[in-house]
Design a protein. Structure first.
Length: 67
């Protein structure tokens, strides 16, 4: 989303959330959610973009034990 608003409908209001997702292979098997994203969605039409976030090893280890 840019300063001009949503690229689909032009609406200015958005919702921002951080989400984690499992990858493939062993991370999917053991539900290790090491892929972290910031998600920005338009409040009007629902158009959504995902932006990758950096994770650190400490959070990945915590996720392994507490997921």
């Amino acid at each position: 989303m840019s300063n001009e608003g949503c690229i689909k409908c032009g609406h200015q209001e958005t919702v921002t959330k951080d989400v984690s997702m499992a990858g493939t292979g062993l991370s999917k098997l053991f539900d290790i959610e090491h892929n972290t994203f910031t998600v920005i969605s338009c409040k009007n039409c629902g158009y959504t973009e995902f932006y990758s976030k950096q994770t650190n090893a400490g959070m990945n280890i915590m996720d392994l034990f507490f997921s």
